[in-house]
Design a protein around this ligand. Structure first.
Ligand SMILES: *Cc1c(COP(=O)(O)O)cnc(C)c1O
Length: 333
């Protein structure tokens, strides 16, 4: 059988030879002492890209999100988010366990901002019986809604309203790079709507590990302390930061290819490609688990994310030939 085409996730990418070479040559030091020059370079570069004063390298996006929400929401307060947000569904309750915060949610079919709903939920000071709202969290692109882009106008409207009422804004930008490439909106424009933002290097960018959180100098300094407290202080981690720097230099613009591949797969599966913003395709199927098994038997791995929902994700390790083969198999099924 030909090689497997693995469309389960864009986290499955393996570092390229060029990335491994960059990693092997990285200048390193003890990052807990603030002495790893490659980590510092990555943190400065990412902060600069998004127009934030400071950034912090973390092992995972989940940790970046936990530290980000912690910086905005005190124990006993709440954060508002979309009902299928990664912070609500996919971080195993980390925000309850570590941050001691609660969440209330709005629902949006494309995972976007429903400002009137946010305004209705927002309750910063309703007296001694109600949880005070401290922040609103937005995900861009939205993973479980199918890699959808949250339009900049909606984000700016949220930012303007949040400023007017004193709410903080967290952006989970695990795949903000995909939104940037799909829309041409600058990373700075996306950065400007967030008080604190998290981004991943280990998804479509193809680094083996690594995320960053960015925000004010104070927020990042405090997050640095909490990262260590949570066991996330890393030593000669410039080896990994070098992979991230390499990814930023070589793997951002190429995301456009993943997006084109996703539209091809959508078409093959009878999904309107116009609804596919980036690299994730959500396919409705009566028997998602059966579809996953049948596709795997033909060398195409996809995942079931609901009893009737299949997810396909394109990435760096999926070639044009792989997409062609997967499209043939999936269309037949
Ligand atoms: C992947 C992802 C994260 C972080 O996940 P980790 O596996 O902890 O790196 C955060 N938010 C979204 C939307 C994601 O897709």
């Amino acid at each position: 059988m030909a090689d497997l085409v693995d469309l389960r996730s864009d986290t499955l990418t393996r570092p390229t030879e060029a990335m491994r070479l960059a990693m092997s040559r990285a200048e390193v030091g003890d990052d807990v002492y603030g002495e790893d020059p490659t980590v510092r370079r990555l943190e400065e570069k990412v902060a600069e890209l998004f127009g934030h004063p400071a950034a912090l390298f973390t092992p995972t996006g989940s940790m970046a999100n936990v530290l980000a929400v912690r910086s905005l929401v005190a124990p006993g307060q709440e954060v508002l988010c979309e009902s299928s947000a990664h912070i609500a569904r996919a971080e195993l309750g980390a925000h309850a366990v570590y941050n001691q915060v609660t969440m209330r949610t709005w629902t949006h079919p494309r995972g976007g901002v429903d400002l009137p709903a946010v305004q209705q939920l927002f309750a910063p000071d309703m007296g001694p019986f109600f949880v005070p709202t401290a922040a609103v969290s937005v995900e861009n692109t939205h993973n479980f809604a199918g890699g959808t882009v949250t339009p900049l106008e909606g984000l700016r409207a949220l930012r303007a309203w949040a400023d007017s009422v004193g709410a903080a804004v967290h952006v989970d930008g695990a795949r903000i790079w995909n939104a940037h490439v799909a829309t041409g909106t600058s990373l700075r424009d996306y950065g400007a709507v967030a008080d604190v933002m998290a981004v991943c290097l280990s998804k479509g960018l193809g680094a083996p590990v690594g995320s960053l959180l960015m925000g004010s100098t104070d927020a990042v300094a405090e997050a640095r302390v909490w990262r260590k407290r949570m066991g996330g202080g890393m030593r000669q981690v410039g080896i990994l930061a070098a992979a991230g720097l390499h990814a930023l230099d070589h793997h951002v613009e190429r995301l456009a290819q993943d997006h084109a591949h996703a539209r091809l797969l959508a078409e093959a599966c009878g999904v309107d490609p116009a609804g596919v913003d980036t690299n994730i395709v959500v396919v409705d199927h009566d028997d998602a688990a059966g579809f996953v098994t049948a596709a795997a038997a033909e060398g195409v791995r996809v995942s079931a994310v609901g009893p009737r929902t299949v997810r396909l994700v394109t990435h760096l390790d999926v070639s044009p030939a792989d997409v062609e083969r997967a499209a043939t198999v999936l269309a037949r099924l």
